[in-house]
Design a protein around this ligand. Structure first.
Ligand SMILES: [Zn+2]
Length: 106
């Protein structure tokens, strides 16, 4: 397993989300780890209400902070879509790393 696979597991990432890039800044103390998560272009996302796969309506850049990830200060950056469900309209989706019980905070 390489570092990307370990991080992907640690974050609980699942399709269509992938860890695209990572940057560890060792010039600060504690070290700062920036993670960049992306979904593949053209992906469908489950509507938060009914789970139906819907196209993205728009995206918002968001950053989460993880308090203690491998002893580093960790920031996770992602463009989070809102789905456009024919039944429920435009909704912000839930991302796997921000589920209840996860240590990520916006
Ligand atoms: Zn729906």
């Amino acid at each position: 397993m390489d570092a990307t696979q370990i991080l992907t597991l640690g974050l609980g990432l699942e399709a269509p989300w992938i860890l695209k890039d990572q940057h560890l800044d060792t010039s600060v103390s504690p070290h700062r780890l920036d993670l960049y998560v992306e979904a593949e272009r053209g992906s469908l996302y489950p509507c938060p209400e009914c789970g139906k796969a819907c196209p993205a309506h728009d995206f918002a850049d968001k950053t989460w902070r993880h308090l203690n990830f491998f002893q580093h200060h960790c920031y996770l950056h992602a463009r989070v879509p809102r789905t456009k469900c024919p039944e429920h309209g435009v909704k912000r989706i839930e991302v796997p790393w921000a589920r209840p019980g996860s240590d990520f905070t916006l």
